[in-house]
Design a protein around this ligand. Structure first.
Ligand code: ADP
Ligand code: MG
Length: 273
């Protein structure tokens, strides 16, 4: 399933998990290719993968493309629906450019429209590979709190009296985390998206990942969110991580994803399925 579609509410922790998954897959790829090269069997057919992380940030897509209220848009931005369509076209092209049975693509984004996930599923089949969905679950109020903290930080930055501490929404801001979860922005378990190992490319940049959504835009995106349904072909297999999932549970889910991509769980994709 080399296309991994991340989905979830705005500010629910998608990018955090996408980076952890990127780090995890990088090391699995590195260790599977080193065990292949050490193998005494000359025609060991263990595949070696390349890894790509694509997100709104890597594509320079601003949060405003999702904003349906024209009054919120800067004059030069096209009507929201049109700009969101353009954004999807850019994401589609970026996925299409690299996806293959040997290229694992993590698509970090809202991916909240089921028709869009269907389109991605079809694209994966077109290139004779598969897709899966990783849903990031967070209570709405928690995700909203993260956005509010980001709005507050931006407001302080614009006013010129803040920003010096700006390495985490969760740090010392109260009201967002229920305590004890402040490690994430710095990279949970040390898994920030900075891993650069053989077989993996890191296309992610830190810029703009922590830009807030305007409050009405955030509410609207939650309202429009179309939950993945594992009974449909395009949303399966469906994996889930929630905010409170610890390192052990996260690793268990990542192991299942690796198994679906590269292990026993890997299915040959039939073109007419
Ligand atoms: P999204 O990509 O969905 O907008 P992010 O991954 O950028 O969300 O996360 C938003 C904020 O929430 C970040 O500051 C991050 O540190 C924090 N965060 C995300 N997931 C968790 C988690 N599982 N536990 C604690 N904090 C988290
Ligand atoms: Mg994000």
């Amino acid at each position: 399933m080399p296309l991994i579609i991340i989905t979830g509410l705005p500010t629910s922790g998608k990018t955090t998990r996408a980076r952890q998954l990127h780090a995890y897959l990088s090391s699995r790829i590195a260790s599977s290719s080193s065990s292949t090269s050490q193998s005494s069997q000359p025609n060991n057919t263990q595949p070696s993968y390349r890894l790509h992380l694509i997100s709104d940030t890597t594509l320079s897509i601003p949060r405003t493309v999702y904003d349906l209220s024209p009054s919120q848009l800067p004059a030069h931005v096209r009507s929201a629906n049109a700009s969101e369509k353009d954004a999807r076209a850019a994401a589609y092209a970026a996925v299409k450019r690299v996806l293959s049975p040997r290229d694992i693509v993590i698509l970090d984004g809202l991916n909240y429209i089921k028709g869009w996930r269907y389109q991605l599923f079809c694209e994966a089949k077109n290139v004779r590979t598969g897709s899966c969905v990783l849903q990031i679950g967070a209570r709405g109020e928690r995700a909203r709190g993260v956005n509010e903290a980001r709005l507050e930080r931006r407001r302080r930055r614009l006013e010129g009296d803040g920003g010096a501490d700006g390495d985490g929404d969760m740090r010392g801001r109260g009201g967002v985390a229920d305590g004890g979860n402040d490690e994430q922005e710095g990279g949970n378990n040390g898994h920030q998206g900075k891993v650069s190992q053989e077989g993996a490319t890191q296309e992610q940049t830190d810029d703009d990942d922590d830009e807030p959504y305007e409050p009405a835009n955030w509410d609207n995106l939650v309202f429009r969110y179309e939950e993945p349904n594992p009974m449909t072909r395009w949303d399966s297999p469906l994996f889930t991580l929630i905010w409170d999932d610890d390192e052990t549970q996260t690793r268990a889910v990542f192991d299942q994803i690796w198994d679906a991509i590269a292990g026993e769980g890997r299915k040959a994709v039939k073109p007419n399925q």
